[in-house]
Design a protein around this ligand. Structure first.
Ligand SMILES: Cc1ncc(COP(=O)(O)O)c(C=O)c1O
Length: 323
C-alpha cells in the first residue's frame, strides 16, 4: 500500500539538541484575511521557534559566528541591548552552550520578559523606558566601552543577524513558493527585512516588493522602530526597501486580535502591525502571494489584557512598549 506523502517534511525534522531545532517554521495561508481569491496571504510562523520568536535564528547565528571566529570562549559574558526577544533567545542558547549573558532592556517592557530572561539565567540591566530601544543600545555601548571582557554581538551592526534570514527564513519560504509579490516584515534591527530582501531580490528580481511595517514616530515600541527617530541600524541598506508603512499601537492591537479571532493565530503585537500592512498590500494587488512574518507568540503579552479586554480599556495603550 502506498504511503501518503507527509506534509510536514519530515515531521519538523530530527535534531541533536534544541539549538539545532531552531528554524524550519510553518508557512500558513490566511484565507479569511485575504480580500480577493487571487491574492494569497501567507504567514511565516516564527512563533514556532523554541523560545517563541524569530530571534532564535538570529541569536544562534550571532553566537555561532562568534564561535567560528574564535571571538568567545566558554564562561565568557555576552552583553547585548535588546527589547526582549533577542535576549530571551540568547539566554536559552548561552545556557545550553555555557556562556554567561547580561542583557540591557528598557524598563517598560511587559513583566513576562523579565521572568523569561531570569528563567534562562540571564542578568538584566534596565535602561530608561522612555528612551525605548535606543536607550538600551546607548547604555550597552557605554558598558562595553568601559569593560573589554564583555563580548557584544551587537545585532544592530552584525551581518550574522541578516545572514540568519538570508541562509534560513528566505530559503525556507522559497522552497514553498515560486512567486512572491510582496514580503512584509517589521523593522527593528532590520535583520529580517535585509536578509530576506537580499535573497528574494537575488532569486526573484524586482518583481518582489519589500515592505517594512514601522511604528509611528514617538510611540515607544518594543521590537520595532521608526527610522525617523534618528537611529538607522548599520545593517540596514535602505535601497532594499520598496516601501515603509506606519502603524499605530492601536491598529497593531486591533490586528493582533483579528489574527487570533479570524485565523486562530496567537501572535505578539508586532505581528498584528505587520498583518495589517500585508492586508493593505493585498488590497492593492489583483493576484499573487504575499508573505509576512509572525515574529513571536502571544504568551509574553497576556498580562496586558490585549487578547481579552476591549481596546479602549487597555491601560497605558500608548505608553507601553508593545512591539
Ligand atoms: C516582537 C518583534 N517583532 C519584530 C522585530 C523586528 O525584527 P528585526 O530586528 O529583524 O527588524 C523584533 C525585533 O526585536 C521583535 O522583537
Amino acid at each position: 500500500m502506498a504511503t501518503e506523502r507527509l506534509e510536514n517534511k519530515p515531521c519538523g525534522g530530527r535534531y541533536g539538541d534544541i539549538v539545532q531545532a531552531i528554524g524550519n517554521t510553518p508557512l500558513v495561508e490566511l484565507k479569511r484575511l485575504s480580500p480577493k481569491p487571487g491574492v494569497r496571504i501567507w504567514a511565516k510562523l516564527e512563533s514556532s521557534n523554541p523560545t517563541g520568536s524569530v530571534k532564535d535564528r538570529v541569536a544562534r547565528s550571532l553566537i555561532e559566528d562568534a564561535e567560528a571566529r574564535g571571538a568567545i570562549r566558554p564562561g565568557q559574558t555576552i552583553l547585548e541591548p535588546t527589547s526582549g526577544n533577542t535576549g530571551i533567545s540568547l539566554a536559552m542558547i548561552c545556557k545550553r552552550k555555557g556562556y554567561r549573558l547580561k542583557v540591557v532592556m528598557p524598563d517598560n517592557v511587559t513583566p513576562e520578559r523579565t521572568q523569561l530572561l531570569q528563567m534562562y539565567g540571564a542578568e538584566i540591566v534596565y535602561s530608561d523606558g522612555t528612551k525605548g530601544s535606543n536607550g538600551a543600545v546607548e547604555l550597552a555601548l557605554e558598558m562595553a566601552a568601559a569593560d573589554s571582557s564583555y563580548y557584544m554581538p551587537y545585532q544592530y551592526g552584525n551581518e550574522a543577524n541578516p545572514n540568519a534570514h538570508y541562509n534560513g527564513t528566505a530559503l525556507e519560504i522559497l522552497e514553498e513558493l515560486d512567486e512572491i509579490s510582496a514580503f512584509v516584515a517589521g523593522l527593528g534591527t532590520g535583520g529580517t527585512l535585509m536578509g530576506n530582501a537580499r535573497r528574494f531580490k537575488e532569486e526573484l528580481g524586482d518583481a518582489v516588493k519589500i515592505v517594512a511595517a514601522e511604528p509611528m514616530q514617538g510611540e515607544p515600541v518594543q521590537g520595532l522602530r521608526s527610522l525617523d527617530d534618528g537611529f538607522i541600524p548599520p545593517i540596514i541598506d535602505l535601497s532594499l526597501l520598496d516601501r515603509k508603512i506606519f502603524v499605530t499601537n492601536r491598529d497593531a492591537i486591533i490586528w493582533t486580535r483579528k489574527l487570533l479571532d479570524e485565523e486562530g493565530i496567537f501572535a505578539g503585537v508586532s505581528s498584528g502591525a505587520i498583518a495589517r500592512v500585508a492586508v493593505r498590500i493585498a488590497n492593492e494587488l489583483d493576484e499573487g502571494n504575499i508573505v509576512f512574518i509572525v515574529c513571536d507568540d502571544g504568551w509574553k503579552y497576556l498580562s496586558s489584557g490585549i487578547y481579552t479586554r476591549p481596546v479602549d480599556e487597555i491601560e497605558n495603550l500608548d505608553s507601553t512598549v508593545w512591539w
